[in-house]
Design a protein around this ligand. Structure first.
Ligand code: MG
Length: 167
């Protein structure tokens, strides 16, 4: 088995055109929010951290190396494409998801009401069962940039296991 850790942070800003924030997307789920991530891609910090956890477990280059943010092809890109690529690499290396645990830290929006749809979507992208994916939401107690609503932060730990013939 292999273990990987993924981390991501995105600055949050008022939505375009008032600010430079993109629509708020978390785990591939669009959520209404007054501020959104400043990013070259769609800014989905959760899918970025999941992708890096899988790549990290495999000892592969990270998401920034594989999908450089200077590349115009990734402007506004659906981050699910990055994760699908990492999942293809995982399967090619002979592994599948054992389980994955995600912690999202932001003040607004609240993650709780969207946990189920986010976890289901991540399970679909990872080609694993819903019971192998856990998503937790926390605030940053109003301190520092995350607590002041100026950023979103995500930590992910992924355990990969040898792929079985049936999967
Ligand atoms: Mg990112």
């Amino acid at each position: 088995m292999r273990i990987g850790h993924g981390y991501d942070l995105h600055r949050l800003d008022a939505l375009k055109p008032q600010g430079s924030g993109r629509p708020f997307v978390l785990g591939g789920v669009r959520i209404d929010a007054p501020r959104g991530p400043v990013a070259h891609s769609d800014g989905d910090a959760l899918l970025h951290a999941v992708t890096d956890a899988v790549l990290g477990a495999l000892g592969l280059p990270d998401i920034g190396q594989l999908f450089p943010d200077q590349d115009p092809r990734h402007d506004g890109a659906d981050s699910a494409a990055f994760l699908r690529d990492a999942v293809d690499r995982m399967h090619a290396a002979g592994f599948q998801i054992g389980n994955i645990d995600c912690t999202v830290i932001c003040e607004v929006p609240k993650v709780g009401p969207h946990k189920e749809s986010i976890a289901s979507n991540i399970a679909r992208l990872l080609c694993c069962g819903r019971d192998q994916v856990n998503v937790k939401g926390k605030t940053h107690e109003r301190v520092d940039a995350v607590g002041e609503g100026r950023a979103i932060e995500v930590h992910v730990v992924a355990l990969l296991v040898a792929r079985t013939a049936a999967s």
